[in-house]
Design a protein around this ligand. Sequence first.
Ligand SMILES: Nc1nc2c(ncn2[C@@H]2O[C@H](COP(=O)(O)OP(=O)(O)OP(=O)(O)O)[C@@H](O)[C@H]2O)c(=O)[nH]1
Ligand SMILES: [Mg+2]
Length: 367
Amino acid sequence: MNNNKSYKPDWVPTNGGKEFAVNIKKGVAQSTNSEIKNISRYEPTIDEYVDGVLNNNRTLLAKTITLIESNSEKHFKLANKIIQKLLPESGNSIRVGITGVPGAGKSTFIEALGLYLINEGHKVAVLTVDPSSSITKGSILGDKTRMENLSREPNCFIRPSPSGATLGGVTSKSRETITVCEAAGYDIILIETVGVGQNEITVRSMVDFFLLMMIPGAGDELQGIKRGVIEIADALVINKAEGNNKLKAELAKTEYSNALHYLTQNTNGWHTPVTLCSAINNEGIKEVWDEVLKFTNITKNSGVFFERRKQQSKKWFNFLIEEKLKTDFFNNNAIKEILPKIEEQILENNTFVIEAVEKLFSNFRSN
Ligand SMILES: Nc1nc2c(ncn2[C@@H]2O[C@H](COP(=O)(O)OP(=O)(O)OP(=O)(O)O)[C@@H](O)[C@H]2O)c(=O)[nH]1
Ligand SMILES: [Mg+2]
């Protein structure tokens, strides 16, 4: 075949004239460059992942978190091996949880705080915990978690929660994600969660300091704030305290400060403060952080800080055992086969529930 850009097909007689107008254009040959092929399929080794995270290679950091968030067994095992190697390098951070009703200004506040902290020489990782619950019907934070100025900072890493995750799922993923970010050198971890359902409790169980963001003027009921949430907070921050709102914010501050005298404090040796801020105007941000620093100073000196982390690890351990038991049980072949039948029997009132459970477990144990 000739090498010209266009040529006559084979069936055209060699001495064929212009009546054979057909010409074939040579297309672009498929790339045989094995290097290019390998790049797209390239799967880093465990050590490459580990070194990448430790050197804050953002691509490998993001890839590691993707492995953690994956539901595939293969990825899960790989992620575990990576985390195991990263564990000794983790733990050196202040973990702060931020909750509040949708629209309170959490993301705006995190952006302002993040920029302030980076300016102070810190490295900041921002995670969001936003499970698709039956109440929120999917992601509330979703696209809104942009934090555009902050996301441009080289010393900031923002990771929105995995989409479609359940609360239990988000919990397990977020904890591991914190570990990985700490190993990558992020010394401040900010976790945004929306004040719905069990989220606050979940996030409380993985942070050192828990901040409840509120807005002035709306009653507690309107803000969906239950007393229980105030009791697990280490600081109350009233946002949007500017202009016409300022006076209302001051009033709210007095009310909450008074109320806090009658409530159980969340952390031993720490009196939950109430502060004002205007995240959009960058006001009151440093004051909030000063409280966090005061808190870590006091609790580290008293040992409460470290004791809490220990207790959190213990609870986490128990939680994972429960999760594993559940997974093993429902993935067991015998259970998978017999469960629908027993459910049917229960619906038809053919068996007692307690008896059905016994039957299931004896099948589970013998398999
Ligand atoms: N006036 C005023 N508006 C603010 C302030 N902080 C945030 N906002 C506005 O409030 C709206 C909600 O802010 P977000 O930061 O997205 O609130 P959020 O709590 O993260 O909301 P969700 O992620 O949906 O739960 C936006 O329009 C912000 O511009 C503030 O200090 N003052
Ligand atoms: Mg937000």
